[in-house]
Design a protein around this ligand. Structure first.
Ligand SMILES: NC(=O)c1ccc[n+]([C@@H]2O[C@H](COP(=O)([O-])OP(=O)(O)OC[C@H]3O[C@@H](n4cnc5c(N)ncnc54)[C@H](O)[C@@H]3O)[C@@H](O)[C@H]2O)c1
Length: 275
C-alpha cells in the first residue's frame, strides 16, 4: 500500500475515541501500520468515563479494512511497567516504531484550594508523566533506526491558564518543556519532537466534560473572551475545531515535509491565543 507513511509504524496513545482515533485512522489511511493504545478501565477521580475495549477493537478492525496492520494494546500510560510492556509488544509485532503520538489525556475542574492531591496526581500522571514514559521507552528503538517522530498533544492550556484547571494547565505547559528538551536530546539521531496545541475540539469527551461541569465553558469564555477569531464560536456546544483539523497537523509533522521542524509547539486554535 502506498501513501506518505507506507512502511512506517505509528503508535497513538488514547486512541479508542476522539482525536486519538482520528490520528490513528489518518496514519492508516496513508499506509502506516498502527499500534492503538487506550486505558480501557475507569480511572478513580476522573469525571468522565474512559475509552472502552470494544471501541479500541472496532478501531483496529476499521484500520485493517484499509489494508494495513493494527495492534490494539490496553495499557495505562501513567504506569511505567505497562508502558514498557506495550512498547516491547509493539516492537516484537511490527519490528519498529517510527512515530509516537502522545495523545492520551484527562482533565477535571477545581480551584487549587479545592483540588485534592489525588486529582492533581491523576492529571499530571496521565498527561505529563505518560508522555515522558512513552518517549522514554520508545526513543531507544528510534535511536537504533536513526529515525523518529514524537508528537506531544498539548493544548492552548499549554500557553495560557484557565482558572479551575491548574493541574491540566501545568501538565500541558510541562509537555511543551518536555518537547523542547527531548528535541535537543534526540536531534543527533534524526528524531524530531514537536507539540501540537489544539483549542477546543468538539470531541465526545469535550461534551462530556461540558456536562460534568455545567456553565464552565461559558464562565471561561466570559473571563477570556471568545475562543476563536472566526465567527460562530459563541455556541459553546459546538466548538469550531474538528478532530481532523488537528490530525492534519499531526500527520504533517510526522511527514518528510517537516523533517527539520523540531522543538516547536504548533497552535491550532482559530486564533484564540493571538489575543
Ligand atoms: N477536546 C479538546 O477540546 C482538547 C483541546 C486541547 C487538547 N486536547 C487534548 O487532546 C487529547 C485528546 O483529547 P480528546 O478530546 O480526544 O479526549 P478523549 O477523552 O476523547 O480521548 C482521550 C483518550 O485517552 C484515554 N486515556 C485517558 N487516560 C489514559 C491512560 N492513563 N492511558 C491510556 N489512555 C488513556 C481515554 O480513555 C480516551 O480514550 C488529550 O490529550 C486532550 O487533553 C483536547
Amino acid at each position: 500500500m502506498g501513501g506518505r507513511f507506507a512502511g512506517k509504524v505509528a503508535l497513538v496513545t488514547g486512541a479508542a475515541r476522539g482525536m486519538g482515533r482520528s490520528h490513528a485512522l489518518g496514519f492508516a489511511r496513508e499506509g502506516a501500520d498502527v499500534v492503538i493504545n487506550d486505558v480501557c478501565r475507569e480511572i478513580p477521580s476522573a469525571p468522565i468515563p474512559m475509552g472502552r475495549r470494544d471501541e479500541l477493537e472496532n478501531l483496529a478492525d476499521e484500520i485493517r479494512q484499509m489494508g494495513v496492520r493494527a495492534l490494539p494494546i490496553i495499557a495505562d500510560v501513567s504506569k511505567g511497567s505497562e508502558v514498557k510492556d506495550m512498547v516491547e509488544k509493539a516492537v516484537n509485532t511490527f519490528g519498529r516504531i517510527d512515530i509516537l503520538v502522545n495523545n492520551a489525556g484527562i482533565a477535571s475542574v477545581a480551584k487549587v484550594v479545592d483540588m485534592s492531591e489525588e486529582m492533581w496526581d491523576m492529571v499530571i500522571n496521565v498527561n505529563l508523566k505518560g508522555a515522558f514514559l512513552c518517549s522514554k521507552y520508545v526513543a531507544p528503538f528510534m535511536i537504533k533506526n536513526r529515525y523518529g517522530r514524537i508528537i506531544n498533544i498539548s493544548s492552548t492550556e499549554g500557553l495560557v491558564g484557565t482558572p479551575g484547571m491548574a493541574h491540566y494547565v501545568a501538565s500541558k505547559h510541562g509537555l511543551i518543556g518536555l518537547t523542547k528538551v527531548l528535541a535537543q536530546e534526540l536531534a543527533p539521531y534524526w528524531i524530531t519532537v514537536n507539540a501540537v496545541c489544539p483549542g477546543d475540539v468538539g470531541t465526545a469527551a469535550f461534551h462530556m466534560y461540558s456536562k460534568a461541569y455545567p456553565g464552565f465553558a461559558e464562565e471561561i469564555s466570559r473571563l477570556q473572551g471568545a475562543y476563536s477569531l472566526f465567527p460562530g464560536y459563541e455556541d459553546f456546544e459546538k466548538p469550531l475545531l474538528e478532530p481532523q483539523d488537528i490530525t492534519n497537523v499531526v500527520l504533517w509533522l510526522a511527514s518528510d515535509e517537516a523533517r527539520y521542524i523540531t522543538g516547536t509547539a504548533i497552535v491550532v486554535d482559530g486564533g484564540f491565543t493571538s489575543k
